[in-house]
Design a protein around this ligand. Sequence first.
Ligand code: ADP
Ligand code: MG
Length: 387
Amino acid sequence: SQGSPSDVILPGATLGVLGGGQLGRMFVHAAQSMGYRTAVLDADPASPAGLVSHHHVKADYLDAAGLAEMARLSQAITTEFENVPAQALDTLAATLPVAPAGAAVAVCQDRAREKAHFTGCGVSCAPHAVIETQAQLDAVQDELLPGILKTTRMGYDGKGQVRVKTRAELIAAWDDLKRVPCVLEKMLPLDFEVSVIVARGRNGDVVNFPVQHNLHRDGILAVTTVPAPGVSGAVAVEAVESARRIAASLDYVGVLCVEFFVLQDGRIVANEMAPRPHNSGHHTIDACDVSQFEMQVRAMANLPLVEPVLHSACLMLNLLGDLWFPGGIATQTEPDWPAVLALSGTHLHLYGKTEARKGRKMGHLTVTGSTPEAAHATALQAAAILG
Ligand code: ADP
Ligand code: MG
């Protein structure tokens, strides 16, 4: 049964995670280091999390037998994949604690619902229009152009979106996207992007990690820097307060990441949120006293949440598959890890994916330093080695 809100799930129990990607793998590592056993649901026999978990249930998210096996093995369930069908979470919630709940995940899966939720919390987002019908397309106001047309569901790493300058381009773009439900967002003049990760417990306690500065390349996160350079105290407070409010009003349990745009006029607007640990929080493993993955364990197990402390300045560099093909060579070669690890303050994380592909997230490198300048200097040296 769901148990009472104060029921603690102690180490030795088995924690289940839906999804076997790198986020699941780092969750499994954190849970295991605290003495938990783990169960992963992922159909891929070589999934990064499945490879390191006590149990690996190789089934689809909606496979009834697979879900029943997860429920039998686990004392609580979380997710690492935001597009896991909310129905799978609801099914599991009938017999054991599930965090976050399917209802909260469902909001995060749909850009239109997500934006409505932001607005309802008094958090501003980009001016936008929902486009599900020809009439809605016809009614789009000129002031939303130039804009970005995004599918409401399943987009990630810049996929499922098209930049449009004119009404003609908008019409063509919606056809290209097969006329699925979309959101047209006004293109905003960004200064830079930040994100805030919060964790919320069953009792309503909320903690937050410090604001993260995120640099994207080709729609994919490239570098996260903490402390976030160029962020005023007022912007940091607004981002943190907004993220905490968004989590509370979803009655959220678990780890939630909210991404924001900081505009050239200094205002901030919420972009999107993820109902799970986030790529922009990977540095917390090496630069904070409690990582985002340990926080996910604590939240789902009903253990105390404590405000995390950043003990080192850091930069997190995503390691994409491109690095395995320097200068466009044809055969996969391993980057020069010994040279990178010879630099003091480098922490290498590889996700156990054997095949490198362009744009595929293979791992990340966190560089810590006693000052932001020291971390930055080391990160530049590491980047030069990686090429
Ligand atoms: P994804 O789910 O692929 O991460 P996002 O909505 O976060 O999709 O968009 C990817 C990136 O595109 C953002 O990080 C930002 O750099 C840029 N972007 C998205 N929406 C806007 C906008 N309204 N104005 C300006 N840039 C945007
Ligand atoms: Mg994004």
